[in-house]
Design a protein around this ligand. Structure first.
Ligand SMILES: Cc1cc2nc3c(=O)[nH]c(=O)nc-3n(C[C@H](O)[C@H](O)[C@H](O)COP(=O)(O)OP(=O)(O)OC[C@H]3O[C@@H](n4cnc5c(N)ncnc54)[C@H](O)[C@@H]3O)c2cc1C
Length: 429
């Protein structure tokens, strides 16, 4: 096995981060701030031009990492919730009642969200990582963990030249995204019966690209008119296009037979006039699966942690995963920093507990709700109420985005509190 100049220059480092998405960079920058020697490898095969909404919670987490998204991306002040309703004249459903509100306010997050691309965001994270002294190895694929006497000691990495190199590290952080081959090599496992999301998206030219409101459409149906659990969206980018997408949950009755690309095409067609969308997307649609609701584990081993989508931490109600990728990355950075400071790998076992404290009971309710909205009669009633009742829609948005207020509870917090009490008696599923 050969060793590249890049890695020998550092000998064995404190931390190897596998994967340079939001989760990996959040961990790497947190540790670099603690003067730890960090190498981050990224193989660079994730589609980078996917138009992405950054909720106020994601903006807050990115600020904590050191990137102010509102300085770089198109600001979004409002969220419109629209219900698609059955209409014999429109096989995909017709546009029904619609309600618009500001983002749900929480003390710890700004009032606005924004729209940009994942790639541009990762570019800003990368510049920050460079400034802080993280060694970022682009085009490097972590092909397998180095395991010695049961302990992970870094990874074997394929360099852009095709050569293999070893990056040896005291602690390895796995941030390789939704498919997480590296995580699976370490024994992580996704609960196969727990909800999973699939998202598909494309950009279309539109004169409405400067709108400061995103639109979420519930009640999207399959070809035979059965509602899917999930939603569609329109995200104005501010630079000539509107991002259009669909997210469907595996609890949808026809999940196994729906082609997300076709669903997206029908959805875009249905909303083309309202959003003045161009005839064709500006680039081929991109999509992927999003493991949800803490469905992947274990999140820690003796010398490694799993963060972001690799750990299945995306929100089970919204399918959004940028905020949770950043948040778990920050938590992992703290925990790994403590473990290194105290020279005690046992500290790493704090991480699953901290993640569970933050998301555990909320996600349990979310998984239950995913199953409920997979029942067409429940979905129809819910979608009708969301479009028609502004207060209900605002409350639902607050719950779905996990923008709940602590202490000063309103109706959404009361309902959530009651659901949490009931769910605490149920099994984890
Ligand atoms: C179509 C679509 C639209 C979405 N829209 C939104 C949205 O609007 N808002 C939102 O909040 N969330 C959205 N999400 C979810 C969000 O993109 C993810 O939850 C988030 O990117 C997870 O971040 P991450 O860092 O965990 O993983 P990723 O962003 O997937 O990053 C993982 C990185 O690891 C690298 N990698 C993988 N394997 C290896 C390896 N072996 N060696 C080295 N590097 C490796 C990859 O190249 C990649 O750069 C969307 C998802 C999809 C599929």
């Amino acid at each position: 096995m050969t060793v590249s100049a890049d890695t020998t220059a550092h000998g064995s480092v404190d931390v190897l981060v596998v994967g340079g998405g939001p989760a990996g960079f959040a961990t790497a920058t947190e540790l670099a701030r603690r003067d730890r020697r960090v190498v981050l490898v990224d193989r660079g095969d994730t589609p980078d031009d996917v138009t992405t909404v950054f909720t106020p919670r994601a903006v807050a987490a990115a600020r904590r990492v050191g990137v102010d998204l509102l300085e770089h991306f198109h600001p979004i002040e409002r969220v419109r919730l629209t219900a698609s309703v059955a209409d014999p004249a429109h096989p995909g459903g017709a546009v029904g009642p619609s309600t618009s509100s500001g983002w749900p306010r929480v003390r710890v997050a700004p009032d606005d969200g924004c729209v940009g691309t994942r790639g541009a965001f990762v570019g800003h994270l990368r510049s920050l990582a460079d400034e802080l002294g993280v060694e970022v190895l682009d085009g490097h694929d972590a092909v397998e963990p180095i395991v010695e006497r049961g302990f992970v000691r870094g990874a074997s990495v394929r360099c852009p030249s095709g050569e293999l190199a070893e990056v040896r590290a005291a602690i390895t952080v796995v941030a390789d995204g939704a498919n997480s081959n590296f995580g699976r090599m370490l024994g992580t496992y996704r609960e196969p019966d727990w909800p999973l999301a699939v998202a598909h998206a494309a950009d279309y030219r539109s004169p409405l690209h400067l709108a400061n409101e995103v639109e979420i459409v519930v009640g999207v149906t399959d070809r035979v008119g059965t509602p899917i659990a999930g939603y569609g969206w329109m995200y104005p980018t501010g630079n000539g296009t509107v991002g259009v997408g669909v997210m469907l949950l595996s609890t949808s009755p026809s999940f196994a037979v729906i082609n997300p690309a076709h669903l997206l095409e029908r959805f875009a067609e249905q909303h083309a006039d309202r959003w003045q969308l161009g005839d064709e997307p500006t680039a081929p649609a991109a999509g992927g699966r999003i493991p949800l609701g803490m469905s992947v584990g274990p999140l820690a081993g003796p010398t490694y942690l799993i963060v972001g989508d690799a750990g299945g931490v995306a929100n089970p109600l919204s399918g959004l995963g940028i905020d949770t990728a950043l948040e778990t990355g920050i938590i992992a950075g703290d925990v790994v920093g403590e473990a290194l400071d105290q020279n005690s790998a046992a500290e790493l076992q704090q991480y699953p507990k901290l993640v569970d404290d933050r998301y555990g009971s909320y996600y349990k309710i979310g998984r239950l709700a995913d199953r409920l909205v997979g029942q067409p009669p429940v979905a129809r009633r819910l979608h009708g109420a969301l479009g028609a009742r502004p207060t209900f829609a605002e409350g639902a948005l607050r719950v779905a985005l996990q923008h709940l207020r602590s202490g000063r509870g309103g109706m959404p917090e009361l309902v959530y509190g009651a659901a949490r009490a009931v769910a605490s008696f149920g099994p984890d599923a």
